[in-house]
Design a protein around this ligand. Structure first.
Ligand SMILES: *Cc1c(COP(=O)(O)O)cnc(C)c1O
Length: 463
């Protein structure tokens, strides 16, 4: 199994090398050269399997020779052992034909744990075998950072630096990043937005001297291994509703397009998915692009769903690569226009191809609050604001022929203020993290400046 860059001019890599390097050296994102498929019988055979067994069968063909069957199976088991629910990703019913996929039973209460816990195990195994050490730098709007710190803390083959926008993450999110005491984890509060964090991270990857000196590795949602881990729950949930013999649709609260892109991969592998619906908050570049063809950045407006407060949606590049017939030059050109002019227009042909798979909807702050209240009263479910955005778009767009599965991306207790404002209920943290507010915080404030950040990182790993 080989991986190629969406911009067409970086070395072709194995699964392990694509995972360890994150971003390709031409600035692109790694994607599999070909997508392995599962037959209807292969999918039928997933009925009744555990989440871990399903994960093994769905992901195995993508991994190639990088890990043996036995090792890969063991790492999957370790990755999900710390989850607070035996089903890992349980499906609950909200209404006739509408289901909620609860992806918030991991150690940091957001779906990011599904990918990050696995990638922590895969990194540790690969680096130990190679006798190497890397520096992981990640940018986060809140949930990626805590999931990464939780997954990598205490591992001796890695240092982890997480850049988060100062003052723009929830208190639970911040504390999950700043309270782990292991010396290999470093939480950095950057003066800026999430897009600034993401931009500085990209700058570091494109600064090859620094990249090579610190052995930079990335675990942001652009890392292919993360997308892959997220493909699994599309299979497990669709199978529990009757796939491959019944089609399902998914609505996905979307920011960086990573989670919903995993659904697209599941569909390409042969899972009968009807619609993939992108649900955005008021930061709606994806909804605007799918509606008009214009991908134009705007200023970020902070919302009550901060994990979706972005204007550059990194993984969308992977969808564009396919929509442009896997033409790396065409994608590189679009990304130049984005960098230099703040936007681009998707060609008619590519837009048509995107619309064959994706629908979209945008939800205002008021609608988000109203949906939290509605779901609490008439669906028996307390939703986090991100999940509420999904439920709202799903309710607007679903039809009675095809069951709709909405992804619940975080636990309501991660965003207690918004949930309380909408529903009058202040959700409690699960027992296992009830002491979060008593733990000591450790954080470094930093300016939005590449050189200063690089110096900080070099100093820390030297000490
Ligand atoms: C990261 C995140 C999202 C957005 O996921 P993408 O893969 O970036 O589209 C949505 N909701 C929550 C709670 C998140 O943490």
């Amino acid at each position: 199994m080989k991986y190629v860059s969406t911009r067409g001019s970086a070395p072709v890599l194995t699964f392990e090398d694509a995972m360890l390097s994150g971003l390709a050296r031409d600035g692109g994102l790694y994607v599999p050269e070909t997508i392995p498929t599962m037959s209807a019988d292969d999918i039928r055979a997933l009925h009744g399997l555990s989440y871990e067994e399903t994960a093994f069968r769905v992901m195995r063909p993508f991994v190639g020779d990088s890990f043996s069957d036995e090792t890969f199976g063991d790492l999957i088991s370790k990755a999900y052992a710390g989850f607070g629910h035996g089903a890992r990703a349980p499906l609950v019913q909200l209404a006739p034909g509408h289901f909620l996929l609860e992806l918030f039973h991991g150690p940091t209460l957001a779906f990011k744990d599904f990918a990050m816990q696995l990638i922590g195990q895969l990194f540790q195994e690969a680096l130990t075998r190679r006798g190497e050490r890397v520096t992981i730098v990640g940018a986060t709007s809140g949930d990626t950072g805590s999931a990464a710190i939780e997954a990598f803390k205490g591992l001796d083959a890695v240092d982890v630096f997480i850049l988060f926008p100062h003052g723009r993450v929830s208190e639970v999110q911040r504390r999950q990043m700043t309270t782990p005491s292991e010396s290999n984890v470093h939480a950095i509060a950057l003066d800026g937005h999430f897009d600034d964090c993401q931009a500085r991270l990209k700058d570091m990857f494109n600064h090859f001297d620094f990249r090579d000196e610190v052995r930079l590795a990335g675990v942001n949602s652009i890392n292919w291994a993360r997308v892959l881990a997220q493909v699994v729950y599309y299979f497990s949930s669709a199978v529990s509703l009757g796939a491959p013999d019944r089609k399902v649709s998914f609505t996905v609260p979307t920011g960086n397009f990573g989670d919903i892109f995993a659904g697209y991969i599941a569909k390409k592998m042969g899972l009968p998915i009807d619609r993939l619906v992108v649900a955005t908050n008021q930061n709606d570049i994806l909804h605007r692009c799918l509606s008009t063809g214009g991908y134009v950045t705007d200023t970020v407006t902070p919302s009550i769903s901060p994990s979706m407060d972005i204007q550059v949606s990194s993984n969308f590049e992977r969808a564009l690569f396919d929509a442009y017939g896997r033409d790396g030059n065409a994608v590189a050109q679009l990304m130049d226009e984005l960098k230099n002019g703040g936007g681009f227009n998707v060609s008619q042909g590519a837009l048509q191809s995107l619309r064959e798979h994706f629908d979209s909807g945008r939800v205002s702050e008021e609608e988000t609050l109203a949906t939290i209240a509605m779901a609490n009263q008439s669906m028996g479910e307390l939703l986090c604001p991100h999940s509420a955005i999904g439920v709202k778009v799903a309710e607007d767009q679903r039809n009675s022929d095809t069951p709709m599965i909405t992804l619940a991306t975080a636990h309501p207790a991660k965003f207690p203020e918004a949930v309380e404002k909408a529903s009058g209920i202040r959700p409690d943290l699960p027992e296992r993290m009830a002491d979060l507010f008593d733990r000591e915080e450790r954080v470094t404030r930093a300016a939005n400046d590449l050189t200063a950040l690089e110096t900080l990182i070099k100093d820390r790993i030297a000490s």
